[in-house]
Design a protein around this ligand. Structure first.
Ligand code: ADP
Ligand code: SF4
Ligand code: MG
Length: 329
């Protein structure tokens, strides 16, 4: 499961542009986004709702609805091969065998009328040559691995018979059963209460260590990933506004948006909701004004911010990048 060439990233997203052509206008959901992930790395992709996190993930997995969506530019290199230039059946094979995804609400991703064990065996049927007995045994093994105490009994349960946390464990089992190189977890704990949230993150971390898969962990809540990720990318209005290693982002956040996110605190009793410390909301991505997209919410905004769009520049070290004109002339 090593990277293709020494030092080459497993996944390298370059200048990705994913737009939606809607009746209201052009939605630049992901606009010139570049990042890479190495094997065994856990990358956090953070930003409020509507910033383009899921569209980034769906672009990697070829799950963008076309129309209205379209990938308008960029490259998605998996082990050096551009998935955007790969024939669709080959691309699906790569996505299916090497890149798995888990979603926020497992209830919608699981089949309600199928035993969860069978849902895991279906994945194995698609991707392995195991016979039906071995598939079932492998499913049980996987259910045990994700920390469910009565795996044989649970395998015969239907999704509605399980708690939210158990369902998310089953989704993780499904995503990891074929030993993917990359796991994309899109808000995997948002629908869960705080204690279960911590357990699921712990499980993702433990599974990551065991399989050495790369993980892209998507969340709107920066606080939840402090213990889980190595590196953080902060997205705002379709663009990366800051990226750096997790310690730097938490101790020396440079972008006013990241600083605001770090000050947001969870609302008690309402999983997934944050008390707003940043005034206002993410702008409509149609017809964004020319300046900094964060200008109307930024406590440091000045005239220049409304006129020119800030560049992404390196600060401190080449691992830390910020899109804000406070950091260059
Ligand atoms: N199918 C679609 N049609 C039109 N706009 C879409 C579609 N899917 C996503 N978008 C828009 O793309 C932007 C980014 O969405 P998304 O990536 O889901 O945000 P999040 O960061 O919350 O995951 C939003 O403005 C959203 O409205
Ligand atoms: S460029 Fe200006 S408005 Fe944008 S984040 Fe920096 S200071 Fe704030
Ligand atoms: Mg999303």
């Amino acid at each position: 499961m090593a990277d293709t060439a020494a030092g080459a990233p497993l996944l390298d997203v370059r200048g990705l542009k994913t737009y939606f052509h809607t009746e209201e206008g052009l939605v630049r959901a992901v606009d010139d986004v570049s990042f890479s992930v190495s094997s065994s790395e856990v990358l956090g992709l953070v930003g409020e709702s509507g910033c383009g996190k899921s569209v980034t993930a769906f672009s990697i997995l070829d799950l963008i609805p076309v129309p209205p969506g379209r990938i308008e530019g960029g490259e998605i290199l998996f082990r050096g091969k551009d998935l955007l230039k790969t024939e669709s059946h080959e691309r699906r094979r790569i996505s299916g065998n090497h890149i798995s995804m888990i979603f926020q609400e497992p209830m919608t991703a699981l089949n309600p009328v199928m035993m969860v064990g069978s849902q895991i065996t279906e994945v194995l049927k698609l991707h392995t040559l195991l016979d039906s007995h071995d598939r079932w045994e492998k499913a049980i093994e996987m259910i045990a691995k994700v920390g469910i105490s009565e795996p044989r009994k649970t395998a015969k349960s239907y999704p509605h018979e399980l708690s939210g946390g158990m369902r998310q464990r089953i989704m993780i089992a499904m995503a990891l059963v074929c030993d993917p190189d990359i796991l994309i977890a899109d808000e995997p704990t948002t629908a869960l209460d705080v204690t279960i949230q911590a357990q699921i993150l712990e499980l993702i971390k433990a599974m990551q260590r065991e399989t050495s898969a790369a993980v892209i962990l998507i969340t709107h809540d920066l606080a939840v990933i402090a213990e889980t990720v190595n590196r953080v990318i902060v997205m705002y209005a379709g663009k990366i506004v800051e990226s750096g290693d997790v310690k730097t982002i938490f101790t020396e956040p440079k972008h006013p948006y990241t600083q605001g996110l770090l000050k947001s605190i969870p609302v008690l009793g309402e999983p997934g909701k944050l008390l707003e410390s940043i005034k206002g909301r993410v702008p409509n991505l149609i017809d964004l004004p020319p300046g900094c997209h964060f200008a109307n919410r930024c406590p440091f905004a000045r005239e220049r911010c409304f006129e020119e769009h800030p560049r992404l520049v390196e600060v401190d070290s080449d691992e830390h990048e910020v899109r804000c004109n406070l950091y260059y002339d």
